[in-house]
Every structure is written in structure tokens, then in C-alpha cells.
Design a protein around this ligand. Structure first.
Ligand SMILES: *[C@@H]1O[C@H](CO)[C@@H](O)[C@H](O)[C@H]1NC(C)=O
Ligand SMILES: *[C@@H]1O[C@H](CO)[C@@H](O)[C@H](O)[C@H]1NC(C)=O
Ligand SMILES: *[C@@H]1O[C@H](CO)[C@@H](O)[C@H](O)[C@H]1NC(C)=O
Ligand SMILES: *[C@@H]1O[C@H](CO)[C@@H](O)[C@H](O)[C@H]1NC(C)=O
Ligand SMILES: *[C@@H]1O[C@H](CO)[C@@H](O)[C@H](O)[C@H]1NC(C)=O
Ligand SMILES: *[C@@H]1O[C@H](CO)[C@@H](O)[C@H](O)[C@H]1NC(C)=O
Length: 933
């Protein structure tokens, strides 16, 4: 009993642990966006197939837990089957060892004796990518969804008039590398369905997809333009692949909401004809037929052609609902293919159906046709009709033969025939719309002229051609070619169509390759990956598709050419908030790959910051050679239109516009006057040298320099250009050459006085600095001025680390200087040569390599909140983190000073009061929530 309890506790601990690790960094719990994935488990960052087992590796510092066994189990949640990770301790299952001195072998949980090989800690690891050969040979499936094919999912006895509009749909499915691509044509009278379910024969939901948002809208241009429903079910678990293979899987399209739900379903079946399908048809009850007798009837046709000298057309029709009496053994039907506009019958045949079924029947026929018929076919002008011979008027299905249902686009990179460095490059992508017109988009890089260029599509024999004069504007030619030649359809679907375009005295080429539309390739348009370095040949070019789905998951698809197959390449992104000097960017590694094609959908959702960059910033997609570290290709993605669910929750009133309000960028860096500055650094405004700013958590804080009083007659006061404070003109440098001092990278005239700038308080008017005209050194002194509230820790002033001389002047000093006394004897040039860092305050006292120092140190010796380390010539500085214990001291100090009504200076504490208040608030909230739990 106790053992069981322990297993449970451990399992709970593990599940919680795993889930919290996976939590999207994007949002907190109440808006958590979870991936709508029922059929797989995510453990750590890995996807585990339903039914798989593994030993958990929790990584550093926990490591592999050899006594744990995890499984991805199917769990029934109402009608839905979801996958859940379950881990249990298997220690208690270890059998009694069969010998006296059992040993614990590495990587095992149970002690064992030689010959014991049935312990529970041995897991048969099934390779995750094992592909069954027979699955690959059967990759095409279809489904007919009508009232008669639908399963009774809710166990309601729907009356026949439920689907009184007689909505019909048909789907096609392509299985490719464990993924199932799906596509549907749906009656025009129906809106786009809300969602799609894959179910088993008992009605359990195996997987579900959201197809449209409010009002039946769809983001995808392709799906909107073709009225198709397209998508992909990635990584079908083995068990579900079996269901598919055995034709035991069903699809359900769902409209409406919970109360007014309407569904159509049908079985996913294999048909031989699908392998060569070129055109499709959705058959619906024809106008004028008997609506009672035809209720719930429908069909789909799979059309293919062979374009030899005497072309043959093949029709396979899957249908139901043309039979008056199902018990009839042999029923004759009439099949016709008609060129409607001319009432010309192209094909007519009587076919006997043996033992018709209520839900699905298949008939097939072939016939020779003319070239003219094929032309009509490819332009979407033919209608297929199936009717009952006995009652042709009442029992008849018909539909236009239109472009194949499968969601496909065709794309290619274009590169110069010359294969030289100065050739052009570009891309083309296109698709066939329902009427059979070719919608094309061609881009040629660096093409300025707005003219027509000849675009030619040629099949491999070189004989079958289509020629189009494409109108270019700003480097793009976007157009529609209505008169598609039938003869290029087959090479187009088979990836054998060569496309060329003549630009001036260059010709660009590429082979159009078919790609199924889903995820990345469902984006509005692809982007050209250009060669980064023009010493590369113009054949080096690529196409990238990027999309972000409603769950804020990111998808990419990259095709490249001209780099061969052997290079090791890295694909990554650089995401900038805007392009400006010093702009901070996020570098995001996507994938290392070899070859010329890579696509992915990372398991982790993008972080909020990354989404913001994609949405409002500028992102570069780059391909780098891993060996030489040379960037080969890059593309610029302008602002992407992200789904609303992934946008920052800005209301219309607080949308940051860079020009109006440069201070609200979602970064730690500050954007000021067109430039980025790192957190906790300071700079001078380029517009006003007397304004100094520093960057605090993404916000620029600026202060105008106040000037200390100077002591000389009015007519001897002068201003030097580029300086902020006046100088007494009788002050002359006694040293020859320069008569300026340098402090923190800023130049001061001999004799000038100023206040030092401190982060985060601004100009410190309690410290007055002076450019000594004799030594040209900056001397600062702490003012003990009660009026200005400068009296900080007055009693401590003498015990401060700084050295004071008699007249109260405290020299600037590096606090860590003493630790490197041995270096101080070295000439500055030697220190610099050894990797020392420049001392902005005093060129003659550089910081030795490896030394630590506080920047900005004035007389105070106080500004300890930033520590810099000099490493090989460049300092890296970190601001000490504000910690709660510091805040506590700060609050205590403040309380005490307030009580005594004493002035206070909190710059010792490395925390601002605001930070501390925020921290105190957070603490309180935490305490409250931990009490309520
Ligand atoms: C469906 O309904 C029938 C009767 O209408 C009933 O016998 C059967 O148990 C129901 N099935 C389910 C799963 O509810
Ligand atoms: C969707 O298609 C319809 C009709 O083809 C068109 O009027 C509409 O503008 C399209 N919407 C989008 C968002 O592309
Ligand atoms: C033809 O190509 C050559 C080099 O390839 C180039 O110098 C010349 O300008 C081109 N002519 C035109 C009309 O573009
Ligand atoms: C052509 O289409 C592309 C997308 O494929 C688009 O980026 C471009 O602006 C369009 N150009 C013109 C002139 O319509
Ligand atoms: C371009 O490539 C050449 C040869 O690979 C290299 O020498 C050159 O530095 C590269 N230029 C840039 C800007 O990367
Ligand atoms: C003003 O400056 C001049 C030299 O520039 C000097 O001779 C004169 O004494 C100064 N006046 C005072 C009051 O310092």
C-alpha cells in the first residue's frame, strides 16, 4: 500500500514538474495558450508518440532517473482521446535477484545477477522515426461527407430534414512522412465549417482542428481564394496510422456552436484512382430533382487524363443516394460529361451498379476524348452528371469538374543561366484556382523596370509550352493566366515543369515543384532569400515561408538552391525591434540542416518578446555555413500580421508608436534619438550636449546639467562652444599643448566647474568637480551643504575610503586601484598593450587587464552599484542586482531618517525606492497566495 502511495506521489511530482517546465513563457496561467494537441505528449522539449515509453532524462542537475518509467498514454476525456505523460517508480517492481551478490549495472534501476534479463527497467526503445514501408505505398485517401455517410455521433435520431439544405463535402488526404495533409471542397451553400474532427468508428475524437474564427473567416489567402479547407495533422501515432491503413478512421466537419451544431461525416478510404487525380468534382443533387428522395445524397469524382495522341479520360465516382430500392441487385445508372455552355455531350455511358449501398458506391469508366475536350476540362467548363436510368429527373447528381481538391502550390527559385556573380535571381510561386486559372507571383531581385517580360512554362520534352507576358511592377509580376493549356497540368503536378523568364539579356530558370499547403506554406506569400555576399554565384538563392498560427506557434519552410547537398548549414533568425544603430536583437536558432529543403514547427511557442519583434519589428532569416561561419543567404521579413491571439494586449490608446514615444519599446535597452543604448549606461543627447541621459529598464531618464557658481567678474566669464558651463577667461593652462581635462569621455576647459552625472540619480549637485588648469586633472569635492541636503552621513565623512587633503579636495580614485599597486609602476602604454582598459577619468591611469573597477567614481567612492571588469582591452560592466535584503536596509534607513527629519541620500543602496516598492508589493502578493493555498 505504502509503495503504491509513493509511486503516486512521485508521479504527481513528475507531471507537475514537467508541465511547469513546459509552460509557455509567453503568458501567465490565466491566459496560458496551450497547444491544441491531443494525440501526443510533450516531455521536456521532446515530443513523444502516443503509446511510447521512455526513461526520463530531466537534464542538469537531476539527470536520468533510471527508476522511473514514463509512458505517453491515451486518456479518454468525454469523447476526446488525449495523450498524457504518466511516470511511475519501477523500483518496487524489481524482482528478487536470483543470486547472493547482485550488482547494479550502470543505467539500470534494479540490481541484477548475470542472466537476469526480464527486469522492468529494460525498455524496448522503438526508434521514433521508424517508418513502415507499406505506409508509404498507400498515401492517398478520400472521404465523401453527406447526410447518408454521416455517423450518428450524438445518438440523436435526426430527422431527414436536419440537413435540409443538403450540404455535401468531400476530402482528400495525403500521407507524407508521418503527417497527414487534408483538404476539403464543401457545397457553396455552406459557410466554412468551424472545426474538423478525426474520429474512430465509436465516435471518439482522435484529433481536432479549428478551421475558422468568428463569422466563418479564415486568415489564409489561399484557402479563402480557393474555398478549400487545408491543413495538416502532424506526427500521426502508430496506432492511428493503422486505423488509417485499415480504413477505420472518419472525418467530421462541424458548423455552428454547441446548441445549433451541425455535422457531416464520412469514412476515410483508399481509392486507386487518387494516385493520378488531376481534377475533382463535388456532386450535389441537381436542380429540379426530388428533394425528399435525394435527401442526404452526394458524391465526388476523381478525374485523370493521359495526354497521348489519342487522349483518354478516366472517371472514378464515389456517391450515394440514386437508388429507390436498396434491395435491388443490379441498378443501371447513366454517367455523362457535358460541355454545358454548348450542350455538347463529351462522354455518356450506362453503368450497372451491383448491390448498391446506402452510404458509398464506386463506379469507374474511361473513354477517349479530343484535345479540345481536354482544353475545356482544364478550364473548368465540364459538368459531370450521374442519374438513375429509371427516374433521371428525380434522381440525379451533378457537379463541375474543377481543379484537384488537394491544397497545392507550385514554387521555384529562379537563377540566371549564366551562373556567374552578376546574374539575377528570384522566385516564383503559383497555384490553380477553382476555375483552372493559374494565379502566379514572380519576383526578380533588383529589377527596376516596369515592363512585360516573357515567362515560359516548358515540359521536359521541350514541346509543351505555355507562354505568358508577365507585367512587372517594382520587381514583382502578379497575374492570372486564364487560358491554361491542358498539357502542362501533368508536368506541373509532377514537378517537371521548367519555368523561365527573360530579363534583358539574361534568362532566369527554375523547376516548379508542388508543395502541399499547410502551416508555413499557408502564409500570404513567401520571401526571397538572397545571397548575402555578391561573390557567391547568382544560383545561390532560396525561398522562405514563415507563419505564426493561432496558438502562437511558429512554422517555417525553406527551399534553397545553388549550394549543393553536402554543406552543413544553420538556419536562424535575428529579430530587431527596429533598425537603428546599436539596436538589440534576439538571435533565435531554428535548425541545423544539410541539403536544400528544411521545414519545422518548433514545439515551444514563441516568447512574448519574440512575438512582439515579429509583429512590430524587423526580422532577418539567415542561412549560415556552419564550417566557415559565413552567412550565405538572408531574407528580411517586414512586420508580420500575427493572429490577434498572439498580439500584445495593447489597446488602441497605448499602442506604442516609435516616433511619438520612443520610451516604451519592450526591451531592456533604451531607444533615444534614433539610437539604442544598453541598460544602465549613460550618454549625452546628440541634440543638446548639456542633456545627459541614462537607461533604466528600457526607459531613458534625462537630466539637464546645472552649472556650479563660478567666482569671477562678469566681464571675464566666457562660454566655450560644445561645453555647458561658463568658464573664467583668466584661467590658463600652465601646461603646454592642450588646455582641457577629460572626464568620462567628456571634455572640459581648464578652470571649468561641473557636477558629475550618476546613475540612477542624475547630476549630483552635492559634488563639485573642477578642471585644474595647472595639472589638467579633474578634482572633485563633496559639498557639505545643509541647504542642498548634501549632508550625507556627516559624521562618517572622514572615515570614507577617499583620501582628503587639507583644503577639502578629494581626488578621484579607483577604489580597486590599490589591489593592483604592482601595475601602477608600469607605464600606461605598457598596461594598455597588455590588454588594459582606458580610464575615462584619467588617460594616464589605465585599468590593467583583469582588474575590476567602479566606473564614474568621483570623490564619493560611493558609486559601487556598477562593477566593471577589464578584459583584453574592453570593460564589461554589471550593475549589482537590487536584492530584497538591500531594500530592507533601505527602508530601515529611510524610516530612521524620516523620523529624525534628516536629509538622506539613498544612492548607496544599489536599489531605487521604486524598485524596492515593487519588490515589496510582489512579496506581499506571494505571501497572500501562499496563505490561501
Ligand atoms: C443510443 O440510443 C439508443 C436508443 O435510442 C440506446 O439504446 C443506446 O444505449 C444509446 N447509446 C448511447 C451510446 O448513448
Ligand atoms: C476572401 O475571398 C472573398 C471572395 O473571393 C473576397 O471578397 C475577400 O476579400 C477575401 N478575403 C480576404 C481576407 O482575402
Ligand atoms: C547584358 O549583359 C552584360 C553583362 O552580362 C551587361 O554589361 C549589359 O549591360 C547587359 N545589357 C543589357 C541591355 O542589360
Ligand atoms: C505581388 O505579390 C507579392 C506576394 O506574393 C507581394 O509581396 C507584392 O507586393 C505584389 N506586388 C504587386 C505589384 O502587386
Ligand atoms: C564575401 O566572400 C568573400 C569570399 O568568400 C570574402 O573574401 C569576403 O570577405 C566576403 N564579403 C563579405 C562582406 O562578407
Ligand atoms: C580679466 O581677464 C584679464 C585677462 O584676460 C585680466 O587681465 C584681468 O585681470 C581679469 N580681471 C579680473 C577681475 O580677474
Amino acid at each position: 500500500m505504502e509503495g503504491v502511495l509513493r509511486i503516486l506521489v512521485l508521479a504527481v511530482f513528475l507531471v507537475v514538474f514537467v508541465e511547469s517546465r513546459n509552460k509557455s513563457p509567453l503568458l501567465d496561467d490565466d491566459h496560458a495558450i496551450s497547444r491544441n494537441k491531443a494525440a501526443e505528449c510533450v516531455f521536456g522539449k521532446q515530443i513523444r508518440e502516443l503509446g511510447s515509453q521512455w526513461i526520463p532524462d530531466l537534464g542538469v542537475p537531476i539527470g536520468v532517473l533510471y527508476c522511473m518509467k514514463c509512458e505517453c498514454l491515451p486518456i479518454q476525456k468525454k469523447r476526446r482521446i488525449v495523450a498524457k505523460v504518466q511516470c511511475r517508480n519501477i523500483k518496487s517492481e524489481c524482482p528478487e535477484p536470483s543470486c547472493d551478490e547482485p550488482v547494479l549495472l550502470p543505467g539500470r534501476c534494479c540490481k541484477s545477477c548475470p542472466g537476469d534479463d526480464h527486469n522492468p527497467d529494460i525498455i524496448d526503445i522503438v526508434p521514433q522515426n521508424a517508418a513502415d514501408d507499406d505506409e508509404i505505398s498507400n498515401k492517398h485517401f478520400a472521404a465523401l461527407l453527406t447526410g447518408r455517410s454521416s455517423l450518428d455521433l450524438h445518438n440523436h435520431s435526426w430527422s431527414d430534414d436536419f440537413n435540409k439544405n443538403n450540404v455535401v463535402a468531400t476530402g482528400r488526404f495525403t500521407f507524407h512522412r508521418k503527417n497527414l495533409h487534408f483538404s476539403f471542397y464543401i457545397s457553396e451553400k455552406a459557410a466554412r465549417p468551424r472545426s474538423l474532427h478525426f474520429i474512430d468508428h465509436q465516435g471518439n475524437i482522435l484529433e481536432e482542428f479549428i478551421l475558422s474564427h468568428a463569422g466563418g473567416l479564415v486568415n489564409s489567402l489561399y484557402q479563402n481564394a480557393t474555398r478549400k479547407v487545408c491543413g495538416i495533422w502532424r506526427r500521426l501515432p502508430k496506432g492511428y496510422r493503422h486505423l488509417l491503413k485499415e480504413e477505420k478512421m472518419y472525418v467530421v466537419l462541424i458548423w455552428g456552436n454547441k446548441d445549433t451544431e451541425f455535422t457531416l461525416s464520412g469514412r476515410v478510404m483508399r481509392y486507386l484512382a487518387l494516385g493520378s487525380e488531376q481534377f475533382s468534382s463535388l456532386l450535389e443533387p441537381a436542380p429540379g430533382t426530388d428533394s425528399m428522395m435525394m435527401a442526404g445524397a452526394g458524391g465526388t469524382a476523381i478525374v485523370s487524363t493521359s495526354s497521348s495522341l489519342s487522349p483518354v479520360l478516366h472517371l472514378a465516382i464515389i456517391f450515394n443516394g440514386l437508388f429507390t430500392n436498396i434491395d435491388d441487385v443490379e441498378v443501371p445508372l447513366n454517367v455523362m460529361l457535358v460541355l454545358e455552355e454548348k450542350k455538347q455531350v463529351i462522354l455518356q455511358e450506362n453503368i450497372i451498379v451491383h448491390q448498391p449501398a446506402t452510404d458509398l458506391n464506386l463506379i469507374e469508366l474511361s473513354s477517349t476524348v479530343s484535345q479540345a475536350d481536354l482544353r475545356s476540362l482544364s478550364r473548368g467548363r465540364l459538368v459531370v452528371t450521374v442519374s438513375s436510368v429509371s427516374k433521371p429527373e428525380a434522381l440525379r447528381l451533378s457537379g463541375n469538374v474543377i481543379t484537384k481538391i488537394t491544397c497545392e502550390i507550385f514554387q521555384t527559385t529562379l537563377s540566371s543561366e549564366k551562373h556567374s556573380q552578376d546574374g539575377d535571381s528570384g522566385l516564383a510561386w503559383m497555384y490553380l484556382n477553382n476555375q483552372g486559372s493559374l494565379i502566379y507571383n514572380v519576383q526578380v531581385d533588383n529589377l527596376d523596370s516596369d515592363t512585360y517580360h516573357l515567362m515560359t512554362l516548358t515540359d521536359p520534352s521541350g514541346k509543351k509550352k505555355a507562354e505568358v507576358y508577365a507585367p512587372f511592377h517594382k520587381g514583382w509580376a502578379n497575374g492570372t493566366e486564364e487560358k491554361m493549356a491542358h498539357k502542362i497540368i501533368d508536368p506541373l503536378y509532377n514537378g517537371k515543369l521548367d519555368m523561365s523568364i527573360v530579363i534583358a539579356n539574361d534568362t532566369l530558370h527554375g523547376y516548379l515543384s508542388p508543395k502541399l499547403v499547410a502551416d508555413a506554406r499557408d502564409a500570404p506569400a513567401p520571401v526571397l532569400l538572397k545571397r548575402e555576399n555578391y561573390t557567391l554565384p547568382s544560383s545561390v538563392v532560396g525561398i522562405v515561408w514563415i507563419s505564426v498560427d493561432n496558438d502562437c506557434h511558429f512554422h517555417y519552410d525553406v527551399s534553397i538552391s545553388g549550394l549543393g547537398h553536402d554543406r552543413k548549414l544553420e538556419l536562424y533568425m535575428e529579430m530587431y525591434p527596429i533598425i537603428a544603430p546599436g539596436a538589440p536583437y534576439i538571435q533565435k536558432h531554428l535548425e541545423d540542416f544539410q541539403g536544400n529543403q528544411v521545414e519545422g514547427s518548433p514545439v515551444e511557442a514563441l516568447s512574448k518578446e519574440e512575438l512582439d519583434r515579429l509583429d512590430g519589428g524587423v526580422t532577418f532569416i539567415k542561412v549560415k555555413d556552419i564550417v566557415s561561419q559565413v552567412i550565405l543567404l538572408s531574407a528580411t521579413l517586414p512586420k508580420m500580421q500575427l493572429p490577434l491571439t498572439c498580439r500584445s494586449p495593447f489597446t488602441d490608446n497605448n499602442v506604442p508608436t516609435l516616433l511619438d514615444n520612443p520610451l516604451t519599446l519592450p526591451t531592456e535597452e533604451c531607444f533615444f534619438e534614433g539610437k539604442f543604448y544598453k541598460k544602465d549606461t549613460s550618454w549625452e543627447s546628440t541634440k543638446n550636449p548639456c542633456q545627459t541621459c541614462f537607461c533604466e529598464d528600457g526607459t531613458s531618464k534625462c537630466d539637464f546639467m546645472p552649472c556650479p557658481k563660478i567666482d569671477c567678474p562678469q566681464n571675464n566669464i566666457t562660454m566655450t562652444s560644445g561645453e555647458c558651463c561658463p568658464v573664467c577667461s583668466n584661467q590658463h593652462a600652465t601646461k603646454s599643448g592642450s588646455n582641457k581635462c577629460t572626464f568620462n569621455g567628456r571634455i572640459y576647459s581648464a578652470g571649468s566647474k561641473f557636477y558629475p552625472f550618476l546613475i540612477p540619480t542624475g547630476f549630483d549637485t552635492c559634488t563639485e568637480c573642477f578642471c585644474n588648469p595647472k595639472s589638467l586633472e579633474i578634482e572633485c569635492k563633496r559639498l557639505d551643504d545643509n541647504e542642498k541636503n548634501c549632508c550625507r552621513n556627516c559624521k562618517n565623512i572622514n572615515s570614507s575610503a577617499s583620501t582628503s587633503n587639507d583644503d577639502g579636495i578629494t581626488f578621484i580614485q579607483n577604489k580597486y586601484g590599490s589591489k593592483h599597486k604592482e601595475d601602477n609602476g608600469k607605464p600606461p602604454a605598457l598596461i594598455m598593450k597588455e590588454g588594459g582598459c582606458r580610464n575615462q577619468n584619467d588617460e594616464r591611469k589605465p585599468y590593467p587587464n583583469g582588474s575590476k573597477f567602479h566606473p564614474f567614481l568621483a570623490s564619493l567612492g560611493e558609486y559601487k552599484c556598477v562593477t566593471c571588469t577589464c578584459h583584453n582591452g574592453s570593460p564589461t560592466c554589471v550593475r549589482q542586482r537590487c536584492e530584497w535584503k538591500t531594500c530592507k536596509k533601505l527602508f530601515d534607513f529611510r524610516r530612521e531618517r524620516r523620523a529624525k527629519k534628516m536629509p538622506m541620500d539613498l544612492s548607496d543602496y544599489c536599489c531605487t525606492v521604486k524598485e524596492c516598492k515593487r519588490m515589496r508589493h510582489r512579496k506581499k502578493v506571494e505571501e497572500r497566495t501562499s496563505h490561501t493555498q
